[in-house]
Design a protein around this ligand. Structure first.
Ligand code: NDP
Length: 279
């Protein structure tokens, strides 16, 4: 493939683990190339996107705060990314830039790989109604669950999201956090997509764990800390199978790497490298 130049656009970008993870993937695949962090302020985003073409980048990842804004500078947006309303991956096909969103797909791959859960026909509760929830719900619906419940601090946002995503086959309903007690009794999988519990406020809980049915699969998008208080208490007090957010990060990168290079990357080596750098 010649020299494959890849990168990640964000602000801040210093702490991104993407360069480390993708460089390992390039190396393991025997592809000559590089993956560089690109610090781009919001007012320089348009120029930065033009620079992808001018500098012959094969592709870039896009992170906070550019995932929504970047869409207007691309030539084409994949259907899933358009529905989610955000792009985290841009592929440069001979100067034509196409945007994708691999966050939700990456999340679901990680959940299935790491817990062996069969999502078809299950009842899922999602905590939070922000950007991460959109990607995750989009990918979950592809798995044909029986139903999805959205619980959010701001009820209106949960209801709007539910209305947007509900289909003839799969009801999606929105509630406020205060209603958790009444609606959680029958769920099989619970997923925290809020930032509650993230370091340095790792003592916070997005939900009282006593409300979680025993034996539920409990998942958290947060990977700093690797095991949130929600996951620890669910595991210790409710006998739950728990799943953290590191795999989502690794798999969103793995799916992006496939789009960039056409090669399936060494996911285990990518995960090990990120894990080592976090500890
Ligand atoms: P947003 O800001 O878009 O959404 C935040 C959500 O959290 C909203 O639903 C908000 O509720 C809720 N929330 C925030 N603070 C509180 C609080 N104190 N109490 C109750 N609810 C709260 O963020 P994102 O969706 O972009 O990201 C959410 C999380 O997902 C982050 O922790 C991020 O690190 C993680 N993430 C992980 C990834 C991975 O690779 N593992 C990838 C992407 C994200 P309200 O509507 O009421 O404001």
């Amino acid at each position: 493939q010649g020299h494959v130049l890849l990168g990640v656009l964000g602000d801040p970008i210093k702490h991104s683990k993407s360069p480390l993870m993708h460089k390992i993937a390039l190396q393991a695949a025997g592809i000559e190339g590089n993956f560089v962090p690109l610090h781009v302020k919001p007012d320089q985003l348009e120029d930065a996107v033009k620079g992808i073409r001018a500098l012959h980048f094969r592709g870039v990842n896009v992170t906070i705060p550019h995932k929504v804004e970047v869409m207007k500078y691309l030539d084409e947006i994949d259907e899933g990314a358009r529905l989610i309303g955000a792009v985290n991956t841009i592929v440069n096909d001979n100067g034509r830039l196409k945007g994708y969103n691999t966050d939700g797909i990456g999340y679901v791959r990680s959940l299935k790989e790491e817990t062996s859960v069969e999502l078809k026909g299950v009842r899922i509760a999602v905590l939070g109604a922000g950007g991460a929830a959109r990607g995750v719900i989009h990918a979950l619906l592809e798995e044909q669950p029986e139903s999805v419940i959205i619980l959010n601090r701001t009820r209106d946002k949960a209801e709007l999201l539910a209305e947007e995503w509900t289909t003839e086959a799969i009801p999606v309903t929105g509630y406020s956090n205060d209603e958790a007690k009444n609606v959680l009794a029958t769920v099989d999988v619970l997923i925290n997509t809020t930032s509650v519990g993230m370091s340095p406020l790792s003592d916070e809980l997005p939900l009282e764990t006593s409300l979680i049915p025993e034996g539920t699969i409990v998942s958290d998008l947060i990977y700093n800390p690797l095991e949130t208080r929600l996951l620890r208490e669910s595991r210790e007090h409710r006998g739950c199978i728990v799943h953290g957010g590191l795999g989502m990060f690794v798999y969103q990168g793995a799916v992006a790497f496939e789009y960039f290079t056409g090669v399936t990357p060494a996911v285990d080596q990518m995960r090990a490298a990120v894990l080592k750098s976090l500890s």
